[in-house]
Design a protein around this ligand. Structure first.
Ligand code: GTP
Ligand code: MG
Length: 310
């Protein structure tokens, strides 16, 4: 039985990695969460929130999209940022489809667009472009971005607002069309690949971004120390690492008020995420200059670039 090229058989499935890349704060994590329908990747108003790749899976009929959310493309100034950039490049190399996400609330700037173009050179996968935040951008800035995309990538961008899903149906349709034929790679009901421990630690980091300003959120990394599944409520102990001793005092606050407030807000998020009651204990520990320290970063689970001189 013959079949025309654009007609799919009932059994044919398509599956592939769809990598989201863009500058910090473009809305990549918001887009992933919207498409998967779960708060898998932390989102904050501050740039450089995502430090590692986060995977979200969406299975629709015979199509499976494995979304890879990545840290923003930036000019790396320390070893952590080099690891972040490495994670973005790795996800670009694995991509079957790339979605460039740009923040249209600010117009394109040469230095930023150069770094995006350099990153896109990494991949031979088809590239789609999403002009994000059109709900709060000026028409001029959106059109400036559309012009830039047309000129540099020769494609027509999708205009979206990841925050409320506007325009994402069309973008999702284009992603599905670009998927390669192949078997589904994960069970149909699977939404994520990262561990529960990772999500718990990230929700605490997100809460610290919400409750602290300036350098504190950028000096913090969280790691689950103990996770007693059999206990009711679930017992979770998390190490909250800071770069300097002085930051420990700031994070704990007067009579422990600041860290208590983080704990309360984070516990609620974790309970919503896990759909069970949680007893959360946060231990703040200095881990001297962990952002710059190869051994510390490795212990915290970061993949580091080779031959580092920093
Ligand atoms: N107005 C508006 N804000 C948005 C939209 N999408 C995301 N944001 C906001 O933009 C900020 C950054 O969103 P994120 O999803 O964390 O951005 P990101 O690209 O993952 O950022 P990094 O992890 O730092 O690279 C957050 O405050 C979001 O709420 C949108 O469509 N419209
Ligand atoms: Mg992010």
């Amino acid at each position: 039985m013959s079949q025309s090229d654009n007609q799919r058989s009932e059994e044919e499935t398509r599956a592939g990695y769809v990598t989201f890349v863009g500058r910090p704060n473009a809305g990549k994590s918001t887009l992933l969460n919207h498409l998967v329908g779960e708060h898998l990747s932390i989102v904050t108003p501050k740039a450089q929130t995502t430090l590692q790749r986060v995977t979200g899976i969406l299975t629709l009929d015979q199509d499976q999209l494995i979304f890879l959310d990545t840290p923003g493309i930036l000019e790396a100034r320390d070893l952590l940022q080099r690891a972040m950039l490495g994670a973005a490049h790795e996800a670009l190399n694995e991509a079957d489809v790339v979605v460039l996400v740009v923040d249209t609330t600010t117009p394109p700037r040469d230095r930023e667009t150069e770094s995006l173009m350099a990153a896109l050179q990494e991949t031979s996968a088809p590239v789609l472009a999403a002009l994000n935040k059109v709900d709060s951008a000026s028409v001029e800035a959106v059109e400036a971005w559309a012009g830039w995309i047309a000129e540099n990538l020769g494609i027509e961008p999708y205009r979206i607002a990841a925050i409320n899903g506007d325009g994402t149906v069309e973008l999702l349709g284009a992603m599905r069309e670009a998927l390669p034929a192949g078997p589904l790679l994960y069970p149909e009901d699977q939404l994520a690949t990262d561990t529960v421990r990772f999500f718990v630690a990230e929700l605490i980091r997100e809460t610290i971004f919400e409750q602290f300003h300036q350098e504190i959120p950028y000096s913090v990394f969280c790691q689950v120390g103990e996770f007693r599944e059999a206990q009711e409520p679930l017992y979770v102990q998390v190490d909250v690492y800071v770069e300097r001793k002085s930051q420990k005092g700031m994070l704990i606050g007067k009579k422990g008020a600041a860290i208590r407030s983080v704990g309360e807000a984070a516990r609620k998020k974790i309970e919503t995420f896990l759909e069970r009651r949680v007893y959360l204990e946060l231990w703040v520990k200095p881990l001297r200059s962990w952002r710059k320290n190869r051994a510390h970063l490795r212990d915290l689970g970061f993949r580091l670039p080779p031959n580092d001189e920093a």
